[in-house]
Write a protein that binds this ligand. Structure first.
Ligand SMILES: Cc1cc2nc3c(=O)[nH]c(=O)nc-3n(C[C@H](O)[C@H](O)[C@H](O)COP(=O)(O)O)c2cc1C
Length: 136
């Protein structure tokens, strides 16, 4: 195994509206597998869109991102960023999660972020900043 670390950020659309129970069930699976794989990150959900960052060893992230991309629970998956990092930015989270409410004050400055914008046109830096805002 290499010492390298990579970070991948993507945006996608949920295939259907998720209930709290579905999120809880999905997160339990995700967190258990990420702990096993040494993967950390953050998942945000707002108005039917997912935005996620995953961090870990490249040889782990590659296959994991392929698995996630093939998951029928979402579509229109656009990889926004894949870069080498020297340290993790989400080290406290096997997978943090926020179901973001439109009125959340932390969205200030990101107002147009999930709305109207084609996934292809999302700014990768802005996407990462949004994930970082919800890190604490
Ligand atoms: C939006 C979204 C994010 C996901 N994130 C992860 C993740 O971070 N880690 C993970 O192991 N699975 C994640 N999954 C679930 C995977 O797609 C897959 O169901 C899970 O890894 C189990 O795969 P396996 O049965 O092949 O082991 C995610 C699924 C969705 C829809």
């Amino acid at each position: 195994m290499s010492d390298e670390l990579q970070q991948v950020v993507y945006i996608s659309s949920a295939e259907h509206l998720f209930s709290d129970e579905e999120f809880a069930e999905m997160l339990a699976t995700i967190r258990a597998k990420n702990e096993r794989l040494g993967v950390t990150g953050m998942l945000l959900y707002k108005d039917g869109d997912f935005i996620q960052v995953i961090e870990g060893k490249p040889e782990v992230l590659g296959p994991l991102f392929d698995t996630i991309s093939r998951d029928p629970r979402h579509y229109s998956i656009v990889e926004l960023m894949r870069k080498n990092i020297t340290e993790r930015q989400f080290s406290n989270w096997s997978m943090g999660f926020h179901h973001i409410n439109v009125n959340d004050s932390r969205l200030a400055g990101f107002n147009r972020f999930f709305d109207d914008v084609e996934h292809e046109n999302v700014d990768p830096g802005e996407a990462l900043n949004l994930l970082l805002v919800f890190r604490e």
